[in-house]
Design a protein around this ligand. Structure first.
Ligand code: SIN
Length: 290
């Protein structure tokens, strides 16, 4: 590993552990993810619990809450503590407009999220984060894990020269890539948006490598060949560097809250012909700044 990569990892792994008073936080890896216990999401949480959850969220980017028996109202109330709820778009044909069903069976035409991505980066203001509550795991008892990657560290592990070059660029995110092979509902206008290629986290100001293979189409400041080669190299960073990611193994009634601004995720479809079911609520984000 290069010295600048080691330094980036060391900055993360040598952080002083927080002293939580109202929740327990157990890291999944030193780089990303933590399990939070000591909270019952079916109940109203105290201000101090919520403050500590916010702190853990900004530190670890992915929080796992196990053994939660919650209603849709509890799910939405918890999400609402972090911002305005984001209506599902395109809207679901039936049911709650804020709840996206994540449902896979042997007959399903589409498996949501089976590839590295952040949600809806083709939107002008992608979501702040999502809370996915999985109630049914594949009958085999394994499979269907979700991987989450730390895109702060992906940026920090680039060479100083590459970081400086990327800092001045933008990238086009086009929903047509994610919709390829599928027909969007009548009247749905597929978004296409230009974002800075490196964005700053609105709460921590840390830089984020903001490209993903599900939405990012091109870098307009470069030639088509240069853009393709650079994007492919940046996309490969996540699958090629295992330490950037953590793996969440779902057990029934687990809720995972991830920061969609600085995390990419990948739902692993390795459980055909079994089924998996959950519901996702997302929170509105603001404009992204470089
Ligand atoms: C998604 O939000 O992309 C789905 C994640 C999952 O099913 O684990």
């Amino acid at each position: 590993m290069e010295q600048y990569e080691l330094e980036a990892i060391e900055r993360l792994t040598t952080r002083t552990p927080r002293d939580y008073r109202t929740i327990e936080v157990r890291t999944l890896t030193p780089i990303i993810g933590a399990e939070v216990s000591g909270v019952d999401l079916s109940q109203r949480l105290s201000d101090e619990q919520l403050d500590e959850i916010r702190t853990a969220f900004l530190d670890h980017h992915v929080l796992v809450f196990r053994d939660q028996i919650i209603s849709q109202e509890d799910h939405k109330r918890f999400a609402g503590h972090f911002g305005e709820l984001r209506p599902v778009n395109p809207p679901p044909p039936q049911g709650d407009p804020y709840v996206l069903e994540i449902s896979t069976s042997a007959e399903a035409a589409n498996v949501a999220g089976n590839g590295w991505h952040a949600d809806g980066t083709d939107d002008a203001e992608p979501s702040l984060g999502s809370m996915l509550y999985i109630t049914r795991i594949p009958e085999a008892g394994s499979g269907g894990d979700t991987l989450f990657a730390n895109m702060h560290l992906a940026y920090d592990m680039l060479s100083p020269a590459m970081r400086q070059f990327l800092d001045g660029l933008t990238a086009i995110h086009d929903g047509h890539i994610a919709w390829r092979g599928h027909t969007p509902p009548e009247g749905y206008v597929i978004p296409r948006t230009e974002h800075p290629l490196v964005v700053r986290h609105p709460e921590t100001d840390r830089k984020i490598l903001y490209v993903n293979p599900a939405y990012t189409e091109s870098i307009p400041q470069l030639s088509a060949d240069e853009s393709r080669a650079l994007l492919d190299m940046l996309f490969r960073m996540v699958p090629n560097r295992a330490l950037l990611s953590c793996r969440v193994h779902w057990t029934p009634n687990t809720l995972v809250f991830w920061d969609n601004r600085c995390v990419q995720h990948h739902a692993t479809y390795d459980y055909y012909p079994h089924t998996r079911y959950g519901q996702r609520v997302a929170i509105n984000g603001g404009p992204l700044k470089g």
